[in-house]
Design a protein around this ligand. Structure first.
Ligand code: ADP
Length: 191
C-alpha cells in the first residue's frame, strides 16, 4: 500500500489536491480535520474533547489524535494507497505513524510539501471563511493561532522526513492543475 502524506500550512491546498489524487489514483483519504469535524457534528466523545482545541485554533493533543488515526487507518485494509491529509502535525505524531505502519509492514512512501507563503495562506483562509462555514476560519485571532501552531510545531515534521529522503517540495502557489501535474509525477516516480 502506498502511504502519501500531504503536508503544508492551513490553506495550502491539501484538500483540493487530495481530491484530485483520489480521482486519478483511487486512493483512500484520511483528513484528520474532516474526521474531527464529523465527530464534532455528531457530538461523539472524541468530537466533544477535540472541539475546545479546534475552536481555539490549537492542535488537538497527540494522544487523542494518534488514537483516532489508528482507527482510521484500520478502515482501509485493502486500499491501493492512503492519503494522510493533516497528519502528522507534530514530530511525536510522525514517530507514532512510523510505528503504526511498521506493525503492518508498511511505511510512509512520499511526503508532498505544498509550499505557500504566510501571506497567501491568510488571504486564502479569509476567502474560504465566506463559504466554508468553519468556525475556525471566521476569526482572525483563531486563524493566526493556527498559523502559529504550524510554524512552531508542525514545520519540524519536515526535517524528520527530509532525513529519510521522503520529501518532494512543490510551489503551492499557481495553477491547481499544474500543481497537480507535479504531484502526479512525484507519485508516479515512487509508486
Ligand atoms: P487546516 O489545514 O485548514 O488548518 P484541518 O481541517 O486540517 O484544517 O484541521 C482543522 C483543525 O483540526 C486544526 O486546526 C487542529 O485543531 C485539528 N487537527 C487536525 N489535524 C490534526 C493533527 N494531526 N493533530 C492535531 N490537531 C489536528
Amino acid at each position: 500500500m502506498f502511504y502519501l502524506v500531504v503536508f503544508g500550512p492551513p490553506g495550502a491546498g491539501k484538500g483540493t489536491q487530495s481530491d484530485k489524487i483520489i480521482e486519478k489514483y483511487g486512493f483512500a483519504h484520511i483528513s484528520t480535520g474532516d474526521v474531527f469535524r464529523a465527530n464534532m457534528q455528531e457530538k461523539t466523545e472524541l468530537g466533544i474533547l477535540a472541539q475546545d482545541y479546534i475552536n481555539k485554533g490549537e492542535l488537538v493533543p497527540d494522544a487523542l489524535t494518534i488514537d483516532m488515526l489508528i482507527k482510521e487507518v484500520a478502515k482501509f485494509p485493502d486500499a491501493k494507497g492512503v492519503i494522510l491529509d493533516g497528519f502528522p502535525r507534530t514530530v511525536p505524531q510522525a514517530e507514532a505513524l512510523d510505528q503504526i505502519l511498521a506493525g503492518e509492514n508498511q511505511k510512509v512512501d512520499l511526503v508532498l510539501q505544498l509550499d505557500v507563503t504566510e501571506k497567501e495562506v491568510r488571504d486564502r483562509i479569509e476567502q474560504r471563511a465566506k463559504v466554508s462555514g468553519r468556525e475556525d476560519d471566521q476569526k482572525a485571532a483563531i486563524v493566526e493561532r493556527r498559523i502559529g501552531e504550524y510554524f512552531s510545531k508542525t514545520i519540524h515534521v519536515l526535517p524528520y522526513y527530509q532525513q529519510q529522503n521522503k520529501v518532494v517540495s512543490l510551489n503551492g502557489i499557481g495553477d491547481i492543475d499544474q500543481i497537480f501535474d507535479q504531484i502526479s509525477s512525484a507519485i508516479d516516480a515512487r509508486i
